[in-house]
Design a protein. Structure first.
Length: 242
């Protein structure tokens, strides 16, 4: 297509906007004339419809140009866990998660929390060509160390043998839970804030910039963690006495 042809391409949206402006001016002028000459109401009906059309077109244009919501705040842990379960079911390639807390997952007893962990395991089994990564924190001392290792032993047995499930362990020395996250494909980042085993706040960010930034951070975190298999052997995790 030549330059002259490109210049002659009609921008329908621009034309429509100009027509709407002319229609609005016509409606305003027509209403004034109708009142001055006391036109019968039946002649004013077309003007009324024209006004409605202009207003409707303006509302639609405003709606279409509104930026989509890029973040969501979850007021309760159930809202957060249900949102994760819904998003993870839509994942196609990879899911990155972390669980670095001073209390094991059973500290959340709600059905939504149970669905959160079940959805992750089910997705991993249903999508052998995709990958699921999880960073797990184990406190270096009590309280919390024994309970977390007990859960980790059960988790290791449950997920062992799934080639597309990858877990690594970090040893924590802080009494404060980390900001935990879940990254779903290139779609969303979910952030979970907890303290003393209780839910504080949950958020999701659904922009490409947020996904890329947190994914880069997660990969650095992952590189510094120890593979679960190595941790299990080094610490004799599967022994009933540990």
């Amino acid at each position: 297509m030549g330059v002259e042809q490109v210049r002659r391409v009609v921008n329908l949206q621009s034309v429509e906007q100009k027509l709407l402006l002319l229609a609005l001016l016509f409606v305003i002028g027509g209403s004034i004339v109708a009142n001055l000459f006391a036109w019968d109401v039946k002649w004013q009906i077309p003007l009324i419809y024209a006004v409605l059309y202009v207003l409707l077109s303006a509302v639609i244009e405003i709606r279409d140009h509104q930026a989509p919501t890029a973040s969501t705040h979850y007021r309760t842990s159930d809202e957060f866990f249900l949102s994760f379960a819904r998003l993870v079911r839509t994942a196609e390639r990879h899911v990155y998660t972390s669980y670095v807390r001073n209390t094991p997952p059973p500290s959340f007893q709600s059905p939504a929390a149970q669905q959160y962990f079940r959805a992750a395991a089910d997705w991993t089994r249903r999508n052998p060509g995709a990958s699921f990564h999880r960073i797990i924190g184990v406190p270096a001392q009590e309280p919390g160390k024994s309970a977390m290792r007990l859960w980790l032993r059960e988790h290791y047995e449950e997920m062992h043998g799934l080639a597309n499930y990858h877990a690594r362990v970090v040893t924590t020395n802080s009494g404060v839970d980390a900001v935990n996250m879940a990254i779903i494909d290139d779609t969303a980042v979910l952030l979970l804030l907890t303290a003393d085993g209780s839910f504080m706040s949950g958020h999701s960010l659904e922009t490409a910039e947020a996904v890329n930034s947190f994914r880069d951070y997660y990969r650095s975190w992952w590189a510094s963690a120890e593979p679960l298999e190595s941790y299990a052997q080094r610490t004799d995790l599967m022994s009933a006495d540990h």
